[in-house]
Design a protein. Structure first.
Length: 545
């Protein structure tokens, strides 16, 4: 059956259609169910926006959006009644969180949900039905939108994008841009990697040297050889967020129904902190901020002062970020530093810790308990389970007879399905960010757009009884070799849209060809917003970055 979409604007831009499939709507992420009619509803200055008391914020977002594309301002009315010429945000307590219905008839529009998140997502779908969705500068005196019913809800509750600013600081404007695009794509978690070996990017009042020293470096390792490159930029790099800037960004994200999950690395990836306060490391020796992408030391977690430092930092982090989940990293801890430290070895012996892996597990569980005491929940990369993932470490060093705290969320990034099965069968919630499928710093020859779109967070071979333990996915923009904003745009867009559909849409409703057609509207929007996305000649891996 041929599908035609027809929108009629004041400029006689017209689309009309009959009973399209969900995919042919050209909406990203693709909705769950779609039923189409033959008529349309006209939005003009006479239209009223009706809301229940709890829906006012979303109603105001629609009012602001319509004023931007039309020049007129629709009247807002608090009411439970629906009538001719209305756009209503209707409350229905039977709807699950994030679920919504979008019902458009010739009479009016209803977005049905149980809370502002559902209404907000319904609004994002409605916005994509407007031709001016691309952020055109043209204004319309009226807009006709097609008669249609959409019933929609996400496949996964965790739909995340990670931005690493520890390596290269991008700044508030870029973060807000990313949050805007995430919101339109119904992504709901922004994982913010703010500290690492090459930079500390968040103000901590109790420890000012973290930003006075740890946010700056004299040069950066660059070059086509990446980790082995001898080439330096010979240009200083610095930057960090003040507490007030963090609060502003957290508020901005909240308005878009996005939770910011801060990632504060421990006990590894800690060189920037140790360069700021040498007593945090195992050698206690002073060194400059590194100009290569390498780790010079790890936290001496046998020292009570160091553990107190970390809980002090977490206290300030929790003061700034309301997220229930706090990510502690926990990956790529080079155990050689602990093995070469006399004081660490004495601590391990005194506490019957036989391996560095047991030392890390003991520390990780302490941090988990600390976060739980504050009403929070710990998350970390899957090394926190005591798994050996790296050839630079002896497998025996990672071994631990201790069990990871059950409340922990395991962020799966490396290893085979057996490790995911181990985590799920042990009762842990899993976020799947397998690096070969989701790392946005990998060029398009490694992860072309089609491969990103085909990713399934539920690993092949995972026993169906554990499927509900996989709560979602993340896509990661690691920053070591992404020095500029343009580099970041090129690697993120358009793949972020593919991951958004992976997280939201049921596999049976996905269609890559229709997804690519839907991308055309997004590309026009990105051009107007000066987002420098990768073109069609690149995204399928034919041309390397």
């Amino acid at each position: 059956m041929k599908t035609k979409l027809l929108f009629v604007l004041a400029l006689t831009f017209t689309l009309c259609f009959e009973k399209p499939k969900a995919q042919s709507l050209r909406i990203i992420p693709c909705p769950l169910e779609v039923e189409a009619g033959q008529m349309y509803f006209t939005i003009n200055p006479e239209v009223k926006i009706v809301y229940s008391a709890s829906g006012k914020n979303t109603a105001m977002i629609l009012q602001h959006y319509l004023k931007g594309i039309s020049g007129f301002q629709c009247e807002l009315i608090e009411s439970d009644k629906f009538g001719e010429g209305m756009i209503q945000f209707k409350y229905d307590d039977s709807f699950a969180k994030e679920q919504y219905d979008l019902i458009i008839t010739k009479k009016g529009v209803q977005i049905v949900a149980s809370d502002n998140t559902g209404w907000f997502y319904g609004l994002q779908t409605l916005i994509q039905l407007f031709p001016s969705f691309t952020d055109s500068s043209e204004k319309f005196s009226s807009v006709n939108i097609p008669e249609i019913t959409i019933r929609d809800a996400p496949r996964f509750s965790w739909r995340a994008f990670l931005l690493d600013e520890a390596r290269y600081f991008k700044g508030m404007d870029q973060v807000k841009m990313l949050l805007d695009e995430m919101a339109l794509l119904k992504m709901n978690v922004f994982q913010w990697h703010l500290v690492d070996d090459q930079g500390w990017r968040i103000e901590i009042k109790k420890y000012p040297l973290l930003t006075e020293v740890g946010s700056k470096r004299k040069s950066s390792q660059i070059g086509p050889l990446k980790w082995q490159s001898p080439v330096q930029s010979a240009e200083p790099h610095e930057g960090f967020y003040t507490r007030e800037e963090i609060k502003e960004i957290v508020s901005y994200a909240k308005e878009r129904h996005i939770t910011i999950v801060p990632e504060i690395e421990m006990p590894g990836h800690s060189t920037a902190a140790i360069a700021s306060y040498p007593w945090l490391g195992t050698t206690k020796e002073k060194f400059e901020m590194p100009i290569r992408f390498e780790s010079k030391d790890v936290y001496d977690i046998s020292d009570p002062k160091v553990v107190r430092f970390l809980t002090d930092v977490l206290d300030e982090i929790m003061d700034l970020f309301p997220s229930e989940v706090i990510h502690i990293g926990g990956d790529e801890v080079n155990y050689k530093h602990w093995k070469e430290s006399k004081s660490v070895q004495e601590y391990m012996k005194a506490n019957n810790l036989e391996t560095p892996g047991e030392l890390q597990m003991s520390f990780t569980n302490y941090i988990s308990q600390y976060l739980q005491s504050k009403g929070r929940r710990m998350m970390g990369w899957n090394e926190i389970m005591g798994q050996s993932l790296h050839d630079y470490q002896d497998e025996s060093d990672a071994r631990s007879d201790q069990q990871l705290a059950k409340e922990s969320i395991v962020h799966f990034w490396k290893g085979d399905v057996a490790l995911a099965t181990q985590a799920a069968s042990s009762g842990y919630d899993i976020v799947n960010s397998l690096h070969t499928e989701t790392y946005l710093d990998y060029d398009y020859s490694s992860i072309p757009l089609s491969r990103a779109y085909a990713f399934d967070p539920i690993p092949a071979g995972l026993d169906p009884k554990y499927h509900d333990k996989v709560i979602g996915l993340g896509c990661q923009m690691w920053g070591e070799w992404i020095p500029t904003r343009g580099n970041m745009h090129f690697m993120v867009f358009p793949r972020i849209a593919a991951y958004a559909e992976v997280g939201w849409t049921e596999p049976g409703s996905k269609d890559f060809d229709n997804f690519k057609l839907a991308l055309q509207k997004f590309k026009k929007r990105w051009e107007n917003k000066e987002i420098y996305y990768a073109g069609d000649d690149v995204v399928e891996g034919d041309v390397k970055r």
